[in-house]
Design a protein around this ligand. Structure first.
Ligand code: FAD
Length: 346
């Protein structure tokens, strides 16, 4: 069963499952599967997937490659990390060593290799700001390639990897971090408030990390086996980014709604606000699936009794309710494996 390999605890069996301990093994497993036409699912920490109850009819390659190498480039430290390393210990090490640029990404589960896939981000920081290059196996050309950050097509919770799923398998990621005891300028209002500073100010790295961890814990966003709200895939929906026409339509339906103004006239709207205003409060349940009692954006499997079908039924109800009330269609952030929210009728 794949359920134990996911933070939601969902997912049926895999036809075949291997743990790849080196990048070479990852490449050889993928090359062989592609040669024989076997379907492949690359799995990291399973913290951003919903795997179908029927499981995966193919080969699951779970990344377990380890290794971190560090060098200097002027004022920066260059850290190259194997895809199978866990993310959170890397952030903890960066903070302890005085490497600035990852501190606001404290407490995010999963493995390093997945961070470029959806351009992992939180509290005003995202990995696109520090990734220098990504080493990947290109299943189309059957070559290992080194992609510079500009070739990765990063945008909000998105990348060229996510837009062309299955083509690249990330083998290692290189981050360029400033050697500084201070955080990057605090870009997120809530975090600045927690730290008692103005947005744009810098604080000692450890203080930034602690504040982020406190905020995340209060929202059930740090995995804790004792906290059923953390049996999730993090935020289930991305914050919708609306073009000017869509934004005007939403303003007509919800005058003065919260928003972040983006360059070019588009606006990003907090999905959590839309969900709550559409009548889905924290703790809302549908069968054994539940909206987190701490954060409206997280859909959870609190007792471990939900199926993927239960969770998706809740996701669908929320998405449809928001669309009906506000005319905005929420998009799921986790990758759905062998299952789907039904097609968008609009
Ligand atoms: C409690 C909680 C809080 C979270 N908070 C945040 C947050 O603040 N910000 C945020 O951005 N995300 C957050 N997430 C989502 C998730 O942790 C991240 O997206 C993380 O990077 C996923 O890593 P993973 O190794 O678990 O990936 P998985 O879930 O295993 O995989 C996710 C997708 O990436 C693909 N993939 C994984 N590894 C590779 C690889 N090496 N090469 C190619 N494809 C690969 C998989 O095939 C799958 O499609 C949160 C999740 C949870 C459970």
């Amino acid at each position: 069963m794949l359920a134990p390999y996911t933070t939601l605890g969902l997912g049926g069996p895999a036809r075949r499952f291997v743990e790849a301990a080196t990048a070479e093994q990852v490449v050889s497993e993928l090359a062989e599967a592609d040669r024989t036409g076997e379907r492949v699912l690359v799995l990291g920490g399973g913290s951003n997937v919903v795997v179908a109850d029927d499981g995966f009819d193919g080969l699951v390659v779970r990344l377990a490659s380890e290794g971190v190498s560090v060098s200097r480039d002027g004022e920066q430290v260059i850290v190259t990390v194997e895809a199978g390393e866990s993310w959170e210990p890397l952030v903890a090490r960066a903070v302890a060593e005085g490497w600035s640029g990852l501190e606001c990404l404290s407490g995010i589960p999963g493995l390093v290799g997945a961070t470029p896939i959806q351009n992992v981000g939180a509290y005003g920081q995202e990995v696109a700001q520090t990734i220098r290059c990504v080493r990947a196996y290109d299943r189309r050309t059957r070559h290992v390639v080194d992609l510079e950050a500009r070739q990765c097509g990063f945008s909000y919770r998105d990348s060229a990897f996510k837009r062309d799923p299955g083509r690249h398998v990330v083998l290692a990621v290189t981050y360029a971090l400033d050697v500084s005891g201070l955080s990057a300028p605090v870009a997120y209002k809530e975090l600045a408030g927690r730290l008692g500073v103005e947005p744009g100010e810098r604080v000692p790295l450890a203080r930034a990390r602690e504040a982020v961890l406190e905020l995340r814990r209060s929202k059930g966003m740090v995995i804790d086996p004792a906290d059923p709200d953390t049996r999730s895939a993090g935020s289930f929906f991305t914050n919708p980014v609306l073009g000017s026409e869509e934004a005007e339509r939403l303003e007509a339906r919800a005058p003065g709604h919260p928003r972040w103004e983006l360059p070019g006239g588009s606006v990003k709207v907090p999905a959590a606000w839309l969900i709550e205003q559409a009548g889905f409060p924290k703790g809302y349940t549908l069968g054994p699936a539940r909206i987190s009692t701490k954060h409206t954006l997280a859909l959870t499997n609190p007792t471990g009794e939900a199926t993927a079908a239960d969770l998706l039924a809740l996701a669908r109800e929320v998405r449809d309710g928001v669309r009906e009330k506000f005319g905005v269609t929420l998009v799921n952030e986790p990758v759905l494996i062998g299952c789907a929210l039904d097609a968008d009728p609009e």
